[in-house]
Write a protein that binds this ligand. Structure first.
Ligand SMILES: Nc1nc2c(c(=O)[nH]1)N[C@@H](CNc1ccc(C(=O)N[C@@H](CCC(=O)N[C@@H](CCC(=O)N[C@@H](CCC(=O)O)C(=O)O)C(=O)O)C(=O)O)cc1)CN2
Ligand SMILES: [Zn+2]
Length: 763
């Protein structure tokens, strides 16, 4: 009998020290040739496979690697290149592949959006006007490579047809079935070639099964997978879901596939309940996602072992596979380089490599190995951290208890505040501003790196930051903006920076996670009670304010975003941790106000992405999020203007919560959403300030004035134009200096034209 086996669903691409990112950026900058680039990528890919083999994983994924994004890979595999790019047929050339992702002089890049509820971004395939074709078989290629180079019998991973089409755009949603049917023959061809090539198992990812689906959509799953089964009877399909439970449990486990992968971490216990009450089909393998692929905490061996025991009783040992809950793409690579993390914390952590060890330990244990010592050590480490003082700060806990008796916001209604603010600031009609960050040039990053290494003194580093700030205050004057920012030059990242300043957080040295393309983030670890240890942003903001007569907006990251973009502790609820962060931020907001800063922006770009995948859980989340935001911002005087910002908006469906944040001004992305977003504000008759994000900051392209006026037009015609502000759609940190100044000048000119055109409309 085979016994219990181990598997992985996907491994981080970026390498232990971001070698992947460095190779990509060197290639884009023309510093290395394609040959060298491909060789570096191959070395990285094989190294990751080798590590998984060494760890002892039975089912090692292949084709999880990519040169940019796995959804883009799938689109490219089907030759789905939008018409604005030059491409004829056959395999998509590497240069075109990167143009799809990054745009070129004549064509905007494909749209980027959030991968389910994660901080990873994928490129949205465009299906309109295109006939998909199979132009290469990527999974087969990577399967052969792993076999030839390392003797690994890999498990090819492929994004399933229904998830792929559901994540794409450019078709009528009513036509889902017809569109999916166009892809089915292509998938069958891929799968057949895999089978011919000797593949035993194919992991078909259908995470869309963890979202709220309609009956018809589940029917479609049945049709598609029945067709696969009928035409490819000898191939083993491993249907993989993740990020939540599956709603149509019975239907899903009855699909004619050989293995079903379920997430037992983010399922709210529902997947297990289904198995216990409805059973699991006797002829199928259960791939049990029991190691958290979204967080960096070590598994609780005793609890996980118990869960696996229950599963084993229901499926039998030859049919159980132990694995992470999702791809390890969402966690850093290895703990081994982290020398500065205190022992107590480090013993409680597990990055990708350590998670694979956990998978192995548990699998071995189920197969009869004696791991008593390991289990005991695991139990002790967890208890020690939970009982430590840092997790039990009485002052913080008292502060939280107090909240039960208070309203989160103490401010007057918007009308009253608005009058006070108009009086105080005397801004022109359609005031112009930016979202916070200015270019984080190589020079800025290098100076910070040198300071961290001790090769620059703190005085030298601060003087550099001040010089940069002053330069940009002068540039903002020259550009003619109305409300300034200090530029965020002192920040490595909008979340990590606050993590470094607040108590209860720890940050890593190499704990990078891919965010989009070559861009990575280093989410801080919230491991204790969150404490405010003194002002975090006051000095830099006041410095900028003292250089100019124009108002300078203070700039903070909100509690919801800090929570969602960190690795939070799990012994407290989301609400408790968010509120702790909010209480600390409230003190910073008050410190800025006391220092004379009259406008304070509290960014919440991650509010939308944090929405649970299932609609029935939205309300609870939104209440917690809104409450935390109000708590952070609700103690200032009427005259102090609270701004907030959200990029990747598309929050038509949560407009009430957006309104409930009660920010005086909210800046939203309007450059790509083609009016849909505005419609929700119109329908809702929103009357607080709205910042129109009139151009896309992700592209180096300087927009044309006419384009920007076009982007403002609808909003200004339909709602009272006096509520609007004009700004880019997000921070400018990834942009170069010249293009930023040029684009902002165009934006200010466009705002001036719009002022003339629309001033007669003011109500
Ligand atoms: N947390 C988070 N999530 C987010 C966003 C965000 O801003 N933050 N925005 C959206 C995604 N957009 C993003 C935009 C840009 C970057 C980004 O630029 N990341 C940088 C890292 C930023 C950083 O932490 N920089 C550090 C250090 C980086 C570094 O590489 N240092 C060098 C040395 C410096 C050098 O020579 O360049 C080294 O250690 O080798 C700093 O500035 O101090 C990168 O990939 O390069 C990430 C996400 C959504 N999710
Ligand atoms: Zn943004």
């Amino acid at each position: 009998m085979a016994g219990v086996r181990s598997s992985n669903l996907g491994y981080p691409r970026i390498g232990e020290k971001r070698e992947w990112k460095k190779a990509l950026e060197a290639f884009w900058a023309g510093k290395i040739e394609e040959g060298e680039f491909q060789q570096t990528m191959k070395t990285l890919r094989l190294h990751s496979l080798e590590k998984q083999k060494q760890a002892g994983i039975d089912f090692i994924p292949v084709n999880d690697f990519t040169l940019y994004d796995h959804v883009l890979d799938t689109a490219a595999m089907f030759g789905l290149v939008p018409e604005r790019f030059s491409y004829k047929e056959g395999k998509v050339p590497l240069s075109t592949y990167f143009e799809l992702a990054r745009g070129n002089q004549g064509a905007v890049a494909m749209e980027m959006t959030k991968w389910f509820n994660t901080n990873y971004h994928y490129l949205v395939p465009e299906l309109s006007g295109q006939t998909p074709n199979l132009v290469e078989n990527r999974p087969l290629h990577y399967y052969q490579e792993a076999k030839e180079e390392l003797g690994i019998e890999g498990k090819p991973v492929i994004l399933g047809p229904i998830t792929f089409v559901k994540l794409s755009k450019g078709y009528d949603k009513e036509q889902l079935k017809e569109v999916v049917q166009k892809f089915v023959p292509l998938y069958k061809k891929i799968l057949n070639e895999l089978k011919e090539g000797g593949v035993e198992w194919v992991q078909v990812d259908e995470p869309i099964l963890s979202t709220t689906l309609s009956r018809e959509e589940i029917e479609l799953f049945k049709e598609v997978y029945e067709e696969f089964q009928r035409d490819l009877p000898e191939l083993n399909i491993w249907l993989q879901t993740y990020f939540d439970s599956v709603d149509y449990y019975k239907e899903v486990v009855s699909l004619p596939v050989q293995a079903i992968g379920l997430d037992f971490i983010h399922d709210g216990g529902r997947n297990l309940q289904h198995i216990l009450s409805e059973g699991f089909p006797e002829n199928k393998v259960l791939a049990a996602g029991v190691i958290n692929g979204r967080n960096i905490w070590c598994a609780n061996y005793a609890e996980t072992y118990q869960l696996l025991g229950e599963l084993l009783r229901n499926v039998g040992s030859g049919r159980l596979i132990v694995q992470p809950s999702c791809s390890l793409l969402h966690v850093p690579v290895t703990l081994k380089l982290e020398e500065e993390i205190p022992q107590l914390l480090k013993q409680n952590l597990a990055f990708a490599d350590e998670k694979l060890t956990e998978v192995i330990h548990l699998t071995e244990c189920l197969n009869g190995a004696d791991h008593e010592a390991i289990f005991l050590e695991n139990k002790n480490s967890i208890e020690k951290l939970n009982q430590s003082e840092i997790r039990n700060n009485t002052q913080v806990r008292k502060g939280l208890e107090q909240l039960l008796f208070e309203k989160p916001s103490k401010r007057d209604s918007f009308d009253v505040r608005d009058a006070a603010q108009k009086e105080a600031y005397q801004l022109p009609f359609l005031p112009t501003t930016t979202i916070g960050s200015f270019p984080q040039t190589k020079e800025v990053r290098q100076n910070r790196a040198l300071w961290r290494k001790g090769e620059r003194t703190t005085e030298q580093y601060e003087a550099f930051i001040q010089a940069e700030t002053e330069k940009w205050v002068r540039l903002q004057e020259e550009i003619g903006l109305d409300v300034f920012v200090h530029g965020e030059f002192e920040r490595n990242d909008m979340v990590e920076f606050f993590g470094e300043k607040l108590g209860g957080f720890h940050f890593t040295k190499f704990g990078w996670v891919q965010s989009y393309g070559s861009r990575c983030v280093k989410p801080p670890i919230i491991f204790g009670d969150v404490t405010y240890n003194g002002p975090m942003t006051v000095k830099e903001t006041v410095y900028a304010q003292n250089l100019t007569e124009k108002p300078v907006k203070g700039m903070l990251t909100g509690p919801v975003t800090i929570y969602n973009w960190s690795f939070p502790r799990q012994d407290l609820s989301k609400e408790q941790v968010m509120n702790q962060i909010a209480l600390a931020l409230q003190k910073e907001v008050e410190a800025l106000e006391a220092a004379g800063i009259g406008m304070i922006q509290v960014d919440e770009p991650a509010l939308r992405e944090g929405l649970p995948l299932k609609k029935e859980h939205w309300e609870t989340y939104l209440q917690i999020a809104v409450n935390a935001f109000q708590l952070a911002t609700g103690s200032v005087k009427n005259q102090t203007q609270i701004h907030t910002h959200m990029c990747y908006s598309n929050f038509e469906d949560i407009i009430e919560s957006i309104d409930a944040l009660d920010a005086d001004v909210i800046s939203i992305e309007t450059s790509k959403s083609h009016g849909e977003l505005m419609r929700s504000f119109e329908d809702y008759t929103y009357n607080k300030g709205i910042g129109l994000g009139v151009y896309d900051i992700h592209s180096p392209r300087v927009p044309a004035e006419e384009e920007l006026i076009q982007n403002m037009d609808r909003a200004l015609r339909v709602l009272d134009p006096s509520i609007f502000w004009i700004n880019p759609d997000c921070g400018l940190k990834t942009r170069g200096e010249t293009e930023t100044v040029d684009a902002l000048k165009v934006m200010v000119m466009a705002a001036k034209k719009a002022r003339e055109k629309f001033s007669f409309n003011i109500q």
